[in-house]
Design a protein around this ligand. Structure first.
Ligand SMILES: Nc1ncnc2c1ncn2[C@@H]1O[C@H](COP(=O)(O)OP(=O)(O)OP(=O)(O)O)[C@@H](O)[C@H]1O
Length: 342
């Protein structure tokens, strides 16, 4: 029953799931390592919940091999299930029970649950433990879902959009909870549409588009493989207006459009670029460069570019991205660094 030494808590090969004629998951591979927080990212309808529910054993797959904590989740085993914590996407309905009663009820399913009072405090519902679960606000009900998911002190937790509907403070508290379990060695699989959440919590991630993994790896690898450059920008001071730019390092391009008074240079070597730009500005008599920024691509920038590359069809692409196809990369770039800035 225990995961064998060297075996990953989650291993998926060629996973497929069809709903009638609709192929929701199309040959998906995943490896999730012991103790890590792993984020499943992707647009609406990509197949994240389908995948996670197959891993939880609540949905049957159409094909492929799946091992979760050393077992096939399709074979329902009580001992295996007790090692898994699940926070589903939709807030649960817990009949006519108080918060404490709900958590006690679920704790009874597990051989070694965490203390109920501790769990209620951990999710920030201490003040509401006598409240009927049906009277909770949306965010409080979500916290109760999390309490139900963790009370069994699981080895592996599945969190499907756990912070949707939480206020910013509650979100940060939920993050602390994920970190708490991570420090105890619990493996966590998280789906989220908040890229800052994935960036704050996950060590590795996979981006799923139309039922397939289009990129997976450590978040550092996401950055390294990204085509999205760093942007160095500043508001052009009078001393530099109309002056020719210095010769820029390789892989640096000034964007031609400075009509808003801001110079932007896309670069893969921001340090080298600054070592050319700053002496040039200094020699021209410019003091502090106003609004000087070095913007390295965030996970969100990288994600949006990945989705843009992988989502075909303009209707789906634009809807998903919520922005047109003329991002920074699409702007006309001025390769000739001699061009003056206006
Ligand atoms: N029971 C079902 N019957 C038919 N189609 C389904 C069913 N469940 C999911 N689907 C379809 O499968 C696809 C994948 O859905 P899934 O819920 O896994 O996506 P998701 O990535 O979790 O999306 P979201 O980010 O919106 O939660 C969608 O097109 C969805 O409409």
């Amino acid at each position: 029953m225990a995961t064998a030494v060297g075996e990953n808590p989650v291993s998926v090969r060629g996973l497929r799931k069809s709903y009638g004629d609709w192929h929701a998951v199309l040959g998906l591979d995943l490896d999730i390592f012991p103790g890590e927080v792993f984020a499943l990212l992707g647009p609406n309808g990509a197949g994240k919940t389908t995948t996670i529910e197959i891993l939880e054993g609540v949905r049957q797959r159409t094909g492929g091999d799946v091992r979760v904590l050393g077992c096939d989740p399709a074979e329902d085993r009580r001992g295996w299930r007790a090692r898994i914590g699940v926070v589903p996407q939709n807030t649960g309905a817990y009949a006519d029970l108080t918060v404490r009663e709900v958590v006690e009820h679920f704790a009874a399913f597990y051989p070694a649950p965490l203390p109920v009072g501790q769990v209620i405090d951990m999710v920030g519902l201490g003040k509401h433990e006598k409240k009927q679960s049906t009277d909770l606000s949306g965010g409080q009900a979500r916290r109760l879902d999390v309490a139900v998911g963790i009370v069994g002190d699981p080895d592996l937790i599945f969190l499907d959009e756990p912070t949707t509907g939480l206020d910013p403070v509650a979100r940060r508290e939920a993050w602390d909870l994920v970190r708490y379990f991570s420090e105890r060695g619990t493996t966590t699989v998280l789906t989220t549409h908040y890229l800052d959440e994935a960036e704050a919590l996950a060590q590795r991630a996979a981006v799923i588009v139309a039922g397939q993994v289009v990129r997976s790896g450590s978040l550092a690898e996401f950055g390294a493989r990204s085509q999205t450059p760093t942007t160095v920008s500043f508001r052009i001071p009078p001393e530099l207006s109309g002056r020719a730019l210095p010769v820029l390092p390789p892989e640096s391009q000034a964007l031609a459009d400075t009509t808003d008074g801001v110079l932007r240079i896309a670069t893969r070597t921001p340090t080298a670029l600054l070592s050319v730009l700053l002496p040039w500005a200094h020699e021209a008599g410019a003091g502090e460069l106003p609004e000087l920024r070095v913007h390295r691509p965030t996970l969100e920038d990288i994600y949006l570019d990945l989705i843009r590359e992988n989502v075909s069809g303009t209707d789906r692409g634009t809807d998903t991205l919520g922005r047109d196809d003329q991002g920074t990369d699409g702007q006309a770039a001025d390769r000739t660094s001699e061009a003056g800035i206006r």
